[in-house]
Design a protein. Sequence first.
Length: 619
Amino acid sequence: MQSPIWDVGSPRSLALARQHIDECIHGHEHCKSLAFPSPGPQLPSRVLDCTDPARPRLFSGTGGLRGEYLALSYVWGGDQVHKTTTSNISAYEAGIALSILPSTIRDAIYITNKLGFRWLWVDSLCILQDSDEDKLHEIGRMHHIYRYAHLTIVAASANSASEGFLPGRSPPHPHRRNGPFSLPFISPPHSPTPLESREDGSVARLRVGTVSVTLRPKHHDIFFGKPYIEELGCMATRAWCMQEFLLSPRSLIFTQTSGLLLFRCRTGTHPVGDPCRTHLKHVRDPPELPYSLFLHDPPAAEPGSQEWRDAHVAWIDIVEDYSLRMASDESDKLVACAAIAEQFHCVLRCDYLAGLWRSHTLLIHLLWHANTNETDSGPIQVGYQYYARPTVYRAPSWSWAAIEGAVSFLNTRPFLGFEDPRNLALAEVVECWVTLEDAALPFGRVTDGALVLRGMPIPCRGGSAKRLYQDCWCLFWSMPLPSFEQAQCRQWGCGPSVNSDETDTVRVYSTEVGREDCVQVTLDYKADELPGTVWVVPFEHRRPQTVDSTIHGIVLEVAPSSTSSSSEFQPKRTRYRRIGYFLQRISAARRADLEHPLWGPLTRAVKGGEPPWMDIEIV
C-alpha cells in the first residue's frame, strides 16, 4: 500500500531531529566521549550566518572564535555560478540574496535556522573558488571541518545543487522510482453529504488539494534492507562525498528513494519521526572509521596490535568503497580522500604512499585487483567502473589510485599474510617512495613514485593468453607459464626468446578447475589483447593444509619512457609498469604427487636460502 510521505522539512520532524541531536550529545556514552569540550571547536575560516534565513551572509572574521556549526554535504552537479570569488566576497559578507543560491543551499540554510543553529559551512561559499592558495589551505583542513561539525546535513535526495532536498520546497526528481510525487486529494465538507443545501441556500463545496506520497518497498526494507548506496543515491558515487560522510560524527540524512529522514551517529542510525518504521535491521552498513580516529588526540597503534590490524582492515574497506566513486576532475582521486588518509595517519604513524601505507605488510597490500562485482546476471553497474588509466599521470602503477574502476583486496583481507608460518614470501620490498606535488599536502597529489622489489620476474608470452570470459569486460585471461629452467634462461637472455614457438611448459597436467600450467590474470584495465611480452612476479605462496594452495603476484610490462610527469633522467635499469594481478591455484591432491615445474623449484630455492631474485623497479 502506498503511504503518505513523512514531511522531512516540517517543524515537527525538525523538532524530532533536534531531539535526536541532543540525545546523542548528552545521552550516548560512546558519542559523549568524542564531543568537543565547551565552548566548542574553532570555527572554519569562513561560515554562513543563518540568523536571518531570508538574508544569510558570509562571515569571514572567525579568527579564534569557537562554537557549534553545521556542514553541508551535497553534489554540485556542475559549476556553480553563485560560488564565492575574490570579486564578490565583500558583497557576500554584507548579505546574500536567496534568489542567487541554488535550492540545495537554500534548503540547508532553512534547516540550520530551524534546528536552532547559527553557523553553516558550505564549500562553494566558504572557499574562494578562484584562489588556488585558499583552496589548498581549506582542503588541508577538511578533516577538521567535517570531524568537528556539530552536525552534517547530507542532501542525498538531490542529484545536483539546483534540485534541493526538501519536499514541497523543490520539485521532485522525475526519475526517482519511489517518489515522492503528488496526487489529488478530495476533502469532503463538514456536512453529511458531499453536496448538500445549507440553511442559507448555499451549497457545501468539496475541497480539493494534493498529498505527497512515496512507494515503499514491499517489506519496508528501507535503507537497512538494501545497500546503503541506494539511499545515498548520487552521493554514494561521488568521490568527495565519502570523506564528508565518514568524518562526520553526526549526520542528518535526507534520503534518496524512500523519503526518510535519518539521523546517524557513532551509536547507530535511526529514522526521524517516520511512523512506518518501528524496527530496523542492518543488512549492509557503509564503511566506518575506527573509534580511535575520532579521538581528539588519538594514540599511535602498535604495529601488529589488534588496533593496528583493525585500522588497516578499515582502510581496505574504505578504499574498496571509494574506488567505486568518481570525481569530476580525475586528478582529484587522491585529494578527495586526503582528509580520511590524514585521520588514519594519526593512528598508523607511517608514510602514506599514494593510497598505501609503508609497513611490513606493504607487499600484501600491493595485491589489490580490479573488481567487476560480477553476479550471475553480469557486472553490477555501480559508480565508476571504466577500468582504464587516467589521461594524465595520477599515481604510480602499483597504486590502486592509478586506475579508474573498482578494486578489491579480497585475497589480502584475511590479513594472515606472512604471519602464518605455512605461507612463504616469494619477494620483498626494498624501497618505495612518491614525490608530492605540494609538500604541504602529504596526502594529496603525487607527480612521481617508484617501488623497488627484490623477486623473480618471470617472462611470459602475453600473446599466448586466452580470455577466460569472452563477454566479460576483457579483464580476465589465462596465460601459459614457462618452467623454472626456461624462466631463468629467459631472465638472463639465454635460450629461446620469450616469443618463440617453443612450448612453455615441461609437463602439462589438468585439474577439475583448469590447467595448472596456466596462470589466471586479472588486468587493471580493459584490453583486447595482452602485450607481447609480460612478466609475472610472485609475491606469496599460501599453503593451507586441507585446501588448494595459491600463488599470488602482479603482472608487469616494460614502462613507457614518460610514465610519470617528472621523470627527466635516463634510468639506470629497466623500469616496469604494473598491468594486472595474477592468481594460480595448485590442488592439494596434485601437489602431493607432482611438483609444479615452475613453483616447485622456486619455492625450494627460496626456502633453501638461495632465491633467484633480482631488483625490479616499478613506476
